[in-house]
Write a protein that binds this ligand. Structure first.
Ligand code: PLP
Length: 288
């Protein structure tokens, strides 16, 4: 099946899609991105991702590439053209094309926009969730503005590769205080030994996960206490359960941290319940 990408105003064949060599995203990682999960052919958590997109652009003083309604139409068209039922839509906006210079080009060029959509194997994702994943921990080495979803992902890519080489599915960064910040592409959670659901608070240097926020709204349906409080890798190892959240992972149980099994080494009931609730909730809001 031919794939389509949206590049600066038009849909082009994926294999032929290209950006300029002096795009500041390519030269300087001067750009931001956003990712929506697609379930049942529909975008999930639409508002939350649009809000964060606007915030990331504003923080970097990059102009909005197009109006909200038009952008939403193009995202949906990308899903339709690529026949994505279950998968991801990726949007990237950079400061645009300009002669290479670190300071912002003046006058500003039009921002450059790229949208792609890809299918994921739903059965494989469910099988993975039924097994759970392992995570490794690594020293935090990212910049101080991880709240902005920039395309500058080299530390994240290196961490993910290290995880892969150790047979793990995610890497958790640990800051100078010995506390887990988040994963390379997800937020980190535990249900600690006292049964409290814990995840890092958003005043820390982490991305304010949209899935994280939706999952927080679902916790009320479980009889469990939620505390936005940091945890150490040691606390994770002695936790009852652990999991990660993100547009790609949705809610994914974690069964080992640095080789130490969590609980009985199987996906925990809270993580499994939250995954099911998250997907149900996504499908239900799709039908409105
Ligand atoms: N943290 C990082 C570093 C991420 O890259 C991501 C998602 O890609 C997340 C957290 C989870 O964010 P969201 O739930 O909005 O996808």
């Amino acid at each position: 099946m031919s794939r389509w990408a949206y590049v600066n105003g038009r849909f082009v064949r994926h294999g032929e899609a290209a950006v300029h060599i002096e795009d500041r995203g390519y030269q300087l990682a001067d750009g931001i991105y956003e990712v929506w999960a697609v379930i049942g052919g529909r975008l999930i958590d639409v508002e939350g991702h649009f809000e964060r997109l606007a915030r990331s652009l504003a923080e970097l003083r990059i102009a909005e590439p197009m109006g909200r309604r038009a952008l939403e139409l193009v995202l949906r068209e990308a899903v339709r053209r690529n026949r994505v039922s279950y998968g991801l839509v990726y949007l990237q906006v950079t400061r645009g094309v300009a002669r290479r210079d670190h300071a912002f080009p003046d006058p500003p060029p039009p921002p450059a926009i790229v949208i792609t959509a890809k299918s994921l194997d739903r059965a494989a994702a469910e099988a993975r969730a039924a097994r759970g994943i392992s995570v490794i921990t690594l020293p935090e080495n990212r910049w101080g503005r991880c709240d902005i979803k920039t395309v500058g992902l080299l530390p994240n890519a290196l961490a993910k590769q290290a995880a892969k080489e150790q047979g793990a599915g995610e890497a958790w960064f640990v800051d100078a205080d010995g506390l887990v910040t988040e994963g390379a592409s997800s937020n980190a959670w535990i249900i600690d030994k006292d049964g409290v659901l814990r995840t890092r608070d958003t005043t820390a240097n982490i991305l304010r996960g949209v899935t994280r926020k939706t999952v927080m709204g679902l916790v009320g349906e479980l009889n469990i206490r939620l505390d936005e409080r940091a945890f150490t890798p040691e606390e994770a190892k002695s936790a009852r359960e652990a999991f990660i959240t993100g547009a790609g992972a949705l809610v994914m149980p974690v069964v080992a941290v640095d080789g130490t099994p969590i609980g009985d080494g199987k996906p925990g009931p809270v993580a499994q319940r939250l995954r099911a609730l998250y997907i149900l909730n996504a499908q239900a809001s799709n039908n409105l």
